[in-house]
Write a protein that binds this ligand. Structure first.
Ligand code: ATP
Ligand code: MG
Length: 665
């Protein structure tokens, strides 16, 4: 195993005790170091369960798990490998009762948060014109990330809107607690709160692990930073790896200073630098190096390729976004049909979520398999949300957003007025809606509404018992058939194609559940529901050819971090897209972060890199001229600007340009 590492990597893997920082550029094998280190620790006799690996992507997590498995066998104890959010879920499942929440708490995603926010604003009779649910949830998110309580928010409020928002915040938190629910911001926040107020809980959680390894450390936010410190404080066996040039989550509160001051926090830390890039050709790295020197505050490093020079990266300029998408996809199609490449060799990287649509259309037209990563579209589908809501209620019937969602899906005779009356009763009595429903059902009387509530409560109670005894996926399949959910979709969507597509997503969800159930040690519906909630946030489908899906990957630059692809297309290289228009108009270091994002994109490419831009994009129904991205100029590309001039040969779409010689940036 050690033979597969270079001397610097080996040093990092072999150093078994104390804090360790690996600060190195893209593709130099940082993630490999983490993976091999975990394997090596296990080989040296460290109990796998005492090892905690925190990774950013499921792909890295899977790789680490596989390596560990080959060492300890499938049956043995496994190291704990997860993202920050799932780590926090596990800690809270064990400890949240100290904070007055039930251990079976539900996790609310953005859509749930918004429907709760809407409910709360209705209760305090706040008009939409003053505060929308979206605005409220983002204010609450900001308060939470700064550790501001509803009381503090109220004390600081000046304008009416702020008063309304802080009142809504207080109600929101109360409703969340009543529903036994937390949101994503709470996950980290509650762990920090728990560790700060309950030293014995912190010690108990810290004592579970004897080694902690964190990948992509440059993107930790202050809460994550505190959690890592709290867990490693005693044993100090903390290995972090990262690259300050790839810090791209400042907008979510990540602070690159955490990695830069690691040696101050942990004075005895050993620092290892990795110099050789194993991923990309030298031509690609030259481009990356040329770009990143434009950032001022950074640790200087230059990427050197182990591989040969390779094919020079190209720029192609198109007349419109449609032409850009059509040309990129036909190029891919030609190579796939001639068998010189397969679909999963290609990744199309873009900056904003609006960009993939045109590419998806073209891919469908050419019948090429593809996956869109990070677009959340799967989890936003109505039918997927319906079924997920059923699962959530089976785990925790106090989960009010989920309960409201399913109570009339499919329709079962519980009218809007009955529901309204019952929820007012719940708010007044400060009781969970579920309890109010049950009490209502238990009372005498055979009117239609009561009968309907009775049979609903009975259904939930029955299936709650069953999922505790039987494999969850099978129970869910039966539940859907008892609900006649497929027939429900047929009524909603008379159009056969659409109906089929809807039912297919339900099947896809069930397959995902089954797959999860097979690989989990102790499959429970609760664990599955957690997994689903977390996936919505950091959704990474199975990437690469190892998975059954041999598909072209469409993903945002943010979600491409840590991954690699033989052929990368970076599309939409225009001012306003990359750099994003928010950054163009912002002050400070926003452009530097966009540049790092561009750097992340370039360094994903192993063999070939193609950058593209469109000369026009539609805005307000008209095609508007674009400006080439400033990064293209920094990269030294000559961008043919004006194709209106007849003599300019570049007017033909798809004119290829190569980087100009180094020198004048
Ligand atoms: P990023 O900064 O993008 O996260 P990284 O530093 O984590 O990159 P890895 O993903 O670990 O880099 O490695 C990049 C590629 O180089 C991988 O395909 C990895 O398997 C390969 N690699 C790393 N080290 C070696 C080595 N010593 N010998 C051969 N291949 C290596
Ligand atoms: Mg990595």
């Amino acid at each position: 195993m050690l033979a597969e590492l270079n001397p610097a990597q080996r040093e990092a893997v072999l150093c078994l005790h104390g804090p360790l920082l690996v600060l190195a550029g893209a593709g130099t094998g940082k993630t490999r170091v983490v993976t091999y280190r975990i394997a090596h620790l296990i080989k040296q006799g460290v109990p796998p369960a005492a090892i905690l690996g925190v990774t950013f992507t499921n792909k890295a997590a899977r790789e680490m798990q596989q390596r560990a498995r080959t060492l300890v066998g499938r049956a043995g104890e496994q190291p704990e490998i997860s993202t920050f959010h799932s780590l926090c879920v596990r800690i809270l499942r064990r400890q949240i009762h100290h904070l007055g929440y039930p251990p079976s708490f539900a996790i609310y995603d953005r859509a749930d948060q918004q429907s709760l926010a809407r409910e709360v604003l209705r209760e305090i009779k706040c008009p939409q014109a003053m505060l929308t649910p979206e605005a409220l949830t983002s204010m609450i998110g900001r308060w939470k990330s700064l550790g501001i309580t509803p009381q503090q928010a109220a004390a600081r409020a000046v304008e009416d809107r702020q008063h309304a928002a802080s009142a809504a915040y207080a109600r929101y938190q109360r409703a969340m607690k009543l529903a036994g629910a937390v949101d994503f911001d709470d996950l980290l926040l509650l762990v920090v709160e728990l560790f700060a107020t309950r030293p014995e809980v912190r010690r108990c959680e810290a004592a579970r692990y004897y080694h902690i390894l964190v990948d992509e450390y440059q993107d930790t936010n202050p809460l994550q930073y505190q959690i890592v410190r709290a867990l490693a404080a005693e044993h100090r066996n903390l290995c972090v790896v990262g690259d300050d040039d790839q810090s791209i989550y400042a907008f979510r509160g990540a602070e690159v200073t955490h990695i830069l001051r690691f040696t101050q926090d942990w004075p005895e830390a050993r620092v290892v630098r990795l110099e050789q890039n194993y991923r990309s050709t030298q031509a690609i790295l030259d481009l990356a190096n040329r770009l990143i020197v434009h950032n001022r505050r950074r640790h200087p490093k230059t990427l050197r390729a182990v591989r040969s020079a390779g094919v020079a990266p190209r720029l192609r300029v198109f007349e419109s976004g449609e032409q850009e998408a059509a040309a990129v996809v036909s190029e891919m199609a030609a190579r796939i049909f001639s068998r010189s490449a397969q679909p999963c060799d290609f990744a199309v990287l873009f900056r904003t979520n609006e960009q993939p649509r045109l590419f998806e259309q073209q891919l469908r037209r050419q019948r090429l398999p593809y996956v869109v990563v990070g677009a959340q579209s799967f989890f936003d589908r109505k039918e997927v949300r319906d079924v997920t809501a059923y699962l959530r209620v089976l785990v925790n019937p106090r989960d009010e957003t989920a309960l409201r969602r399913i109570i009339s899906v499919p329709p079962r005779g519980i009218g809007a007025r009955t529901l309204e009356a019952l929820s007012d009763r719940a708010v007044a009595a400060r009781q969970p809606l579920w309890e109010v429903l049950q009490a209502y059902a238990a009372q005498e009387g055979g009117e239609a509404a009561r009968e309907a509530v009775r049979s609903f409560c009975d259904l939930i109670v029955r299936y709650r018992q069953r999922v505790q005894q039987q494999p969850p996926t099978a129970v869910v399949v039966e539940l859907l058939s008892e609900l006649r959910y497929e027939q429900h979709l047929e009524r909603l969507y008379p159009q056969p194609l659409e109906r089929q597509a809807r039912w297919n997503s339900v099947q896809e969800l069930i397959e995902a559940l089954a797959a999860y159930e097979q690989q989990a040690e102790r499959p429970s519906l609760a664990a599955i529901v957690d997994e689903l909630a977390l996936q919505q946030r950091d959704f990474q489908p199975n990437q690469g050819c190892e998975s059954s899906a041999n598909a072209v990957v469409l993903m945002t630059l943010h979600s491409a971090k840590g991954l690699e692809f033989p052929i990368v297309y970076m599309v939409g290289m225009e001012e306003g897209l990359l750099p994003h228009r928010h950054a163009v108009h912002a002050e400070g270091t926003a452009i530097d972060e966009e540049r790092r994002l561009c750097y992340v994109g370039i360094t994903r490419a192993q063999n070939e890199l193609l950058l593209t831009m469109a000369r026009t994009r539609p805005r307000g129904g008209k095609a508007v001229r674009t400006q080439p991205s400033r990064f293209l100029l920094e990269l030294g590309f000559y961008v043919p600007m004006d194709d209106v001039e007849a003599e300019n040969p570049s007017r033909h779409p798809g004119h290829a340009a190569r980087p100009a010689r180094r020198g004048t940036p």
